[in-house]
Design a protein. Structure first.
Length: 156
């Protein structure tokens, strides 16, 4: 519960555009309750995916944002642009979760009802360390010594 928040990316497969690269997953009671409360804004590539949820309120919010409601198959069932503070978005019966995104994300990604989204974990890949395998080792230098002698010198 107090570990690093999980992040996912959201891709609109129907329009072949990304909605966001770093959407925080809010799937515990506490994280769903907090949502975006207390924040002054959303990062341009950020957002919050509230699971499960089929409605939201913006009481206590300090900024406007875009809202995408999706069903269990990640198909868009409702979109709301520029949801302002101190509003209530009424439940959509087909919605299983909601994604709160920065303003104008829906417009930029051309997302609309019926679009198919792909939501997957965001994981940065670590680069292999130099010397960990032969593919990343620098080219060998011709020292005129046998290979086993060179290995002894390098390992010292």
């Amino acid at each position: 519960m107090f570990g690093k928040p999980r992040e996912v990316f959201v891709y609109n497969k129907s329009k072949e555009t990304f909605l966001s690269f770093r959407v925080r997953v809010a799937d515990s009671v506490l994280s769903r309750l907090i949502g975006l409360l207390g924040r002054r804004s959303l990062k341009p590539d950020g957002g919050v995916w509230i699971v499960p949820a089929n409605s939201i309120h913006t009481v206590g919010m300090l900024f406007s944002f875009d809202l995408v409601m999706i069903d269990r198959d990640f198909r868009v069932v409702n979109v709301k642009e520029m949801v302002r503070p101190f509003r209530i978005v009424w439940p959509k019966l087909r919605a299983e979760s909601v994604i709160e995104l920065p303003q104008h994300t829906i417009f930029r990604s051309r997302t609309q009802v019926g679009d198919q989204l792909v939501i997957d974990r965001y994981e940065a890949k670590k680069m292999p360390e130099l010397g960990s395998n032969k593919m990343t080792d620098p080219l060998p230098i011709d020292t005129g010594l046998p290979a086993n002698e060179v290995r002894k010198l390098v390992s010292k």
